[in-house]
Design a protein around this ligand. Structure first.
Ligand code: NAD
Length: 401
């Protein structure tokens, strides 16, 4: 009798939650579980905007994966996945090959620039601890350089996209900039923060008045919004935008693209029918033709039902964790030879932070803003750690104390 090989790729919210739950559900003798992740640590992807703005250090939003995995039941291998051979039931990594009977693909997201010329070369993104730290570093260096250069563009910050990431980043930025300007003896009025959004409104998923609250909060602190203004190119000077059919150059030496994400590029290379790194899953979270391969998190397009009206759920940490939990339960059923269950999303709401003490959102069906939203955000951030790593990890890494 050979134990079935369960292989989990990725230790983000989806993958790590799968492992954390699975190791509780099954015994050592039930399966041979291996978790593969590029880094030895898990990072809180939902805190990256804080690292980017410098309100936290990147280490604050990470913890060692060894703190979560039960070494008796799970083998953790720090390695980078380079290819998935779905039919051969084999995964290639930079540390060798791994075979599987059951595979969980949870490889997460990357930046997507939609082929906008110059974006890859001239803009920074906020997609992992390294890129987030680089954003902070660039701003620090340009502000430090200003005294010498006298170049106003050193103090000009351009943010592309007013989605969740853009708004949350701006919220942190207006909190951290006063201190940075003080440190470098810069007149705060000289700092220019511009956010460019292609759509005619921001944060359309919230009621209009909440979106307006966020906009006014940021405008009051010096952010200028250019709404209904697509970015069409990026160059060494900054963004090129389109306004009333004419192109205009926006200048700034701090250029941050927060306007697009996609699932891992490994998805296109490994599976058919992948769009922007996401593959449509079946309701039990496996993919068509492969009832031994689960795909979850930002590489999955999990539909909110069946039929022509079905839409994919958004890619959020909340949903990724629920997908992970569900996958663990389905793997247990599979090992027992039982029928898999369909996933049902339990939407607990969404909060968009505006720095550490303000925000907007919908929580448990209620609209919230201000301090209450900021508090809920702390609860949400801490709960994610609690759900994956338990109370002691939530105490040491969470945001409630
Ligand atoms: P997004 O895709 O949600 O938002 C990108 C924004 O950029 C959009 O408003 C879009 O109109 C704009 N945009 C796109 N192309 C543009 C262009 N050429 N010029 C100007 N603007 C352009 O990306 P995101 O904010 O990084 O979010 C990604 C996912 O993560 C979403 O599913 C989101 O819900 C989730 N998320 C959630 C939270 C939260 O719940 N607090 C926080 C961050 C991210």
């Amino acid at each position: 009798f050979e134990r079935k090989k369960v292989l989990v790729l990725g230790a983000g919210y989806a993958g790590l939650q799968t492992v954390s739950k699975l190791q509780k559900l099954i015994g050592f003798q039930d399966a041979d579980i291996t978790l593969i992740n590029k880094n030895e640590y898990h990072y809180e992807a939902t805190w990256l905007h804080e690292t980017a703005a410098g309100t936290i250090n990147w280490e604050d939003g990470t913890y060692p994966i060894s703190k979560v995995v039960d070494a008796q039941k799970v083998k953790f291998v720090p390695a980078e996945v380079t290819a998935i051979h779905k039919d051969e039931k084999r995964v290639e990594t930079n540390q060798g090959d791994f075979e599987f009977d059951i595979l969980v693909v949870a490889l997460g997201f990357e930046s997507e620039t939609f082929g906008i010329p110059g974006m890859e070369e001239h803009a920074q993104s906020i997609v992992n601890p390294q890129t987030a730290s680089a954003v902070r570093k660039e701003i620090e260096e340009n502000f430090a350089n200003y005294k010498q250069s006298g170049d106003d563009n050193d103090l000009s910050i351009l943010v592309g996209g007013a989605g969740f990431t853009g708004i949350e980043f701006l919220g942190e930025l207006v909190e951290s900039l006063p201190e940075l300007t003080k440190k470098h003896k810069i007149d705060y009025n000289k700092v220019k923060v511009t956010c460019v959004e292609a759509m005619p409104s921001m944060l359309p998923m919230f009621p209009e008045h909440l979106g307006k609250y966020a906009q006014e909060y940021l405008e009051k602190r010096g952010v200028e919004f250019l709404i209904g203004t697509p970015i069409v190119a990026t160059n060494e000077k900054g963004f090129v935008v389109k306004q009333n059919d004419t192109e205009k150059q926006l200048e700034g030496n701090n250029v941050i693209w927060t306007a697009g994400v996609r699932g891992s590029r490994l998805m296109e290379a490994s599976f058919d029918g992948v769009k922007r790194g996401r593959i449509v899953t079946k309701q039990d979270l496996t993919i068509e033709g492969y009832d031994n391969i689960f795909v979850i998190g930002d590489v999955a397009a999990v539909m909110n039902g069946e039929g022509a009206d079905a839409r994919p759920y958004p890619t959020t940490a909340q949903i990724a964790m629920q997908l992970g939990e569900h996958t663990a339960k389905n793997i247990k059923l599979k090992l027992e030879g039982e029928k898999l269950k369909s996933f049902k999303y339990d939407d607990k709401g969404t909060v968009c932070s505006l720095g550490s003490s303000d925000g907007i959102g919908i929580a448990l069906g209620r609209e919230i803003k201000g301090k209450k939203a900021a508090f809920m955000k702390r609860v949400i951030d801490s709960r994610a750690i609690f759900k994956i790593g338990g109370p002691f990890l939530a105490y040491s890494k969470g945001k409630l104390f």
